[in-house]
Design a protein around this ligand. Sequence first.
Ligand SMILES: O=c1ccn([C@@H]2O[C@H](COP(=O)(O)OP(=O)(O)O[C@H]3O[C@H](CO)[C@@H](O)[C@H](O)[C@H]3O)[C@@H](O)[C@H]2O)c(=O)[nH]1
Ligand SMILES: [Mn+2]
Length: 725
Amino acid sequence: MRKEDDRFGPGYEGEPLTVTRRKTGRVIAFRVFSASVFFCICWIWFYRVTVPLETDENRTGLVGFMLVLEIWFGLYWVFTQALRWNPVWRLTFIGRLSRRYGNHLPRLDVFVCTADPEIEPPLMVVNTVLSVAALDYPPEKLAVYLSDDGGSELTFFALAEAAEFAKVWVPFCKKFNVEPRSPAAYLSSTATGLNSAAEEVAQLYREMAERIETAARLRRIPEEARLKYGDGFSQWDSDATRRNHGTILQILVDGRKEKRVTVPTLVYLSREKRPQHHHNFKAGSMNALIRVSSKITCGRFILNLDCDMYSNNSKSARDALCILLDEKEGKEIAFVQFPQCFENITRNDLYGSMMRPGKNVELHGMDGNGGPIYVGTGCFHRRDVICGRKYGEEEEEFEEIEEITEPEMIKALASSTYDENSQWGKEMGLKYGCAVEDVITGLAIQCRGWKSAYLNPKSKAFVGVAPTNLHQMLVQWRRWSEGEFQILLSEYSPVWYGQGKIRLGLILGYCCFLFWAPSSVPVLVYSVLASLCLFKGIPLFPKVWSWWFIPFGYVTVAVNAYSLAEFLWCGGTFRGWWNEQRMWLYRRTSSFLFGFIDTILKKLGVSESAFVITAKVAEEEAAERYEREVMEFGVESPMFVLLGTLGTLNLLCFAAAVMRLVTFRDGGEFQRMSLQFVIAGLLVVINWPLYEGMVIRKDKGKMPMSVTVKSVVLALSACTFVAFL
Ligand SMILES: O=c1ccn([C@@H]2O[C@H](COP(=O)(O)OP(=O)(O)O[C@H]3O[C@H](CO)[C@@H](O)[C@H](O)[C@H]3O)[C@@H](O)[C@H]2O)c(=O)[nH]1
Ligand SMILES: [Mn+2]
């Protein structure tokens, strides 16, 4: 037999499970445009080196400063181009997969992580579990594991209730081909016109929800439930707390035992936690899940989900398998990543949570260069690869586990000390010690020779909850920027470790994220400098009528016009783009700066790592403001003081410059300073919601008085200081 035949398998030649598409015409147009911008960037650098500033005094220092900033922005722009240089789109053929494999699909283990029943309501968590339990997948091959880092009886109770309800829900979904398969999402999307079967299911769901929510409200598990699920509850010691308890492991449904399986295996796990041992947050819980599941179902593939990310498209597992099982391409692919989508986004996406360009452009671009990052949720992995298999090594054969003999032995795999002095968290499983354990783990896999694939089907595969207020958003980005910066400084840094292991385009693409934290400094300096120099009447850019103005004008207009066009092309609105620009600025001048400082302090050993879990529920009034797209401040935070100070400083400088212009009617000044007027003016407009929050609004979500006062005092002092300089 020819080698070729071997690779395609007999009879399937020319019938791949997946194809990859490129859009050549568009890519060429983009590259030409990109080259024109790069030409102008070089022109700007050249200008800084050769032409002095148009001021009376000699300001070489200032010029040098601007040069450094502009070199930085130029290089960062190059990173962003790497994410757009070579995009690919993937298509899958589910029909062919079914014809080829029928129901003989490989085992799939789904890991859902939750950590706190207060901010991750158990009802939401079990909706996620139910949605994956009802995936279009043979139930005897599917297992859903819930890891509860909150060690909460309430979460266990909710899961036990869900396991009962699943017996009705899963068959119902399959019989009527229901979408989406999260009961809450399904029932809210079809509020009217349920048929009688659906009405019955809806009634059962409402009863279950009622029981769970009542227990949550009263903080008490009903006695009859304690009796019914006694096996599980008896594993909680009387003195168990969230941070100090033994392993709790309960197999609620054993899908392998029953003769006619309707519901997949459902397992509750709360790994052991002791105050004296670091638990490594989500990475630790994922690794415990990997070990425990290897003794229960040992799926060849693993799907990882955050507890809010319910399955919105029951075919996603089949989509992913089309790639992973493809005879030709699949062999090189370690994981298939779906985008992180959200259900609670308002029309103009006030906090830029959608990350439209990220989802619809950048991840496709990474895919073209070797593969997207692993974003921690909505990702299908190969078990043995996540456990350390290198590309080119033979795939392990997994044994079928018939009977679980020693539950105590399995529990020991989730003990708080199991990882110590082992390869777990290093070469095996998810990596420890990084605030974005997902990204660094994905990177390490790619550095072992693997590719990854990005699938972004029209019907969203998984849908979760985005933060609904500014502070949470900034905190989340702070954690991310910190984690990305840690990777840059770590032994896995793509910049040196990645050399020769992954493609240059991918390294540059990664740099876009890895340099988030450090990029805060130049953005901060640039925005302050532009305003202060405007205030002092020092021009930083060439005159409008000079030839030298061309590259500045072109880069400013071209980069922004492109970003707007891209945003609209991704389905956004103009307001949405504008909001995204604001968030771009706020993330850089607050989250990233703090992330930068945090990372450095940690490197110096001054502070410890933490994981601030993102809240998934909001209080009623705040939720209503979110719906109206009114920016939520409300809490006292050093990040807000920083934003407030910068915003006020901007306003003061701009106002002073305009006053001067009006008083002296000096047209020459406007000509010399036009770009600075534009920058400062735009900053004022973009900060409008901030000013409203500081002075106009009266509701609870306004900026706290103390923050406003601090900000104004700081900004005034800065201006006074500079005025006398
Ligand atoms: O000690 C912990 C902390 C968190 N989690 C779970 O991790 C998930 C993600 O936490 P969340 O607060 O929602 O963080 P996000 O910023 O929304 O998460 C993104 O970023 C994280 C890394 O910063 C990744 O772990 C996530 O998968 C990714 O969706 C949630 O299901 C949590 O329950 C744990 O299991 N244990
Ligand atoms: Mn989340």
